[in-house]
Design a protein around this ligand. Structure first.
Ligand code: 6PG
Length: 480
């Protein structure tokens, strides 16, 4: 017998609970289940008025309460807990049913699970969901992978609960088969790390070089948020910087331990980028900056290392410098997104996902952590040229970087001169200059490799592989 619930959510910690409420608020009948049944009943008691919930105390009851084909959202911790839930539920399901994993799973796990379940006729949809607790309740950005068929059954529900872009379109799209959704969510998080790092560097520069207070920097960010940097992360940065600690009366940012943590999705992005051979230096620097901040003992032991002598700027110079920092932040942000989208394209090609990059930009416009006015520009760039080799090649971005580049370079110079670490800004400039360089010193690297390891090189003027007899008469031989 088929139940009445159009969708079910198992795992009712805050993300799962808010997602269940979001479905219910949109008129869907939602089966709810949690390993500890008290949590299920607490949800229904507290939020039952928001819609129709069907509480289930056991996996059997939960599965029986779902209409067919069943749609079952799993919101448990990534890794073994997800496998455990699948092991528990899969035997109760039938061909055509859909399991949706809404956690931050590694896309390789998602590929494995999708393959295993496909053999039993069950669809497995690894879905990126971004927007935190608030997004889950009021409208997240949703990145589902899995089969086209599963999207046919699931898409209409997701489209209802997703955030809506300003043009009214829902921030959800079928990303591609098997692990494509979780891959794209992973890169989203990598870009999120890079965005946060760049903003942190802008703050550090405004504080250390311009001599601004956290309150004044909050005002600066607020004004930036009315322009091209308009984004959720800039908005919340201003809030954090304007906040005062109630106990001490100090700026909140001064009483927080300066050791950044990470759950690991940024690290995955870099690990996978290394495997794919994609230079995501901005994301990597962001991951390393968090890591370095956490090495408190090392930092303490290095505190006496000599640094430059520098004075904060005068008022007028500080204001001019703040303007330059805005340019540097914007230009570096373009580079981060360029690298992130390069990684998505490379993943799509390596795994045969056929990901529409414009659609990805489109569903990141609202709901997710990196939501920003800027994403509309990226979407337009890919709509204009779906085969755009790099975001930097878009005419609009090329022009903007051209305008920003003097200030961008001046900021990186000021940072180095003032002893302010800006790995994100500096890596972004280096990436930009490396891409536009006619000749790179990689030719010398090849020469060195050939010298010590006979690793061979290719020539600019002829086809084939060559090796120079460095120990002998230095004549060149064909190596292929
Ligand atoms: C989101 C967030 C979310 C989470 C990340 C980042 O898109 O809603 O990215 O997934 O906040 O796990 O957390 P860390 O900074 O701890 O890696």
């Amino acid at each position: 017998m088929s139940g009445t619930a159009q969708i079910g959510v198992t795992g009712l910690a805050v993300m799962g609970r808010n997602l269940a409420r979001n479905f219910a608020r949109h008129g869907f009948t939602v089966a709810v289940h949690n390993r500890t049944a008290s949590r299920t009943h607490a949800l229904v008691e507290e939020f039952g008025k928001e819609g129709t919930f069907v509480p289930a105390d056991s996996p059997e009851e939960f599965v029986a309460s779902l209409e067919r084909p069943r749609r079952l959202v799993v919101m448990v911790k990534a890794g073994e807990p997800t496998d455990a839930v699948i092991r528990e539920f899969a035997p109760l399901l039938e061909p055509g049913d859909v399991i949706i994993d809404g956690g931050n799973a590694h896309f390789e796990d998602t590929r494995r699970r999708e393959k295993e379940l496909r053999e039993h006729g069950i669809h497995f949809v690894g879905t990126g969901i971004s927007g935190g607790e608030e997004g889950a309740l009021h409208g997240p950005s949703i990145m589902p992978g899995g089969s086209v068929e599963s999207y046919g059954s699931l898409g209409p529900l997701l489209e209802k609960i997703a955030a809506k872009a300003k043009d009214g379109s829902p921030c959800v799209a079928h990303i591609g088969p098997d692990g494509a959704g979780h891959f794209v969510k992973m890169v989203h998080n990598g870009i999120e790390y890079a965005d946060m790092q760049l903003i942190a560097e802008a703050y550090h520069l405004l504080r250390a070089v311009a001599g601004y207070s956290p309150g004044k920097i909050a005002e600066t960010f607020r004004s930036w948020n009315t322009g091209r940097l308009d984004s959720y992360l800039i908005e919340i940065t201003a809030e954090v910087l304007a906040h005062t600690d109630a106990d001490t009366g100090k700026p909140f940012v001064d009483i927080v331990a300066d050791e950044a943590e990470q759950k690991g999705t940024g690290r995955w992005t870099v690990q996978i980028a290394l495997d794919l051979g994609v230079p995501v230096s901005g994301i990597a620097e962001a991951v390393f900056a968090r890591s370095l901040s956490g090495h408190k003992d090392l930092r303490k032991a290095s505190g006496a290392l000599p640094g430059p002598r520098s004075e904060p700027l005068g008022e007028a110079d500080a204001a001019a410098f703040a303007g330059q920092v805005e340019q540097a932040l914007y230009a570096s942000k373009i580079v981060s997104y360029t690298q992130g989208f390069h990684q998505i394209r490379a993943g799509s090609e390596a795994y045969g996902w056929n990901i529409d990059l414009g659609a990805v930009a489109s569903i990141w416009r609202e709901g997710c952590i990196i939501r920003a006015a800027f994403l509309d520009r990226i979407r337009a760039a890919y709509d204009d040229r779906p085969d755009l080799p790099s975001l930097l090649a878009d005419k609009g971005f090329t022009e903007e970087i051209g305008t920003a580049q003097d200030d961008w370079r001046a900021v990186v110079t000021a940072a180095a001169r003032g002893g302010v670490p800006t790995p994100g800004f500096s890596a972004a400039v280096a990436y930009y200059d490396a891409l536009r360089a006619e000749r790179l010193p990689a030719a010398l690297t090849q020469g060195q490799r050939d010298f010590f390891g006979a690793h061979t090189y290719r020539r600019t003027d002829r086809e084939g592989s060559f090796h120079t007899l460095w120990g002998g008469n230095r004549s060149e031989v064909r190596a292929d």
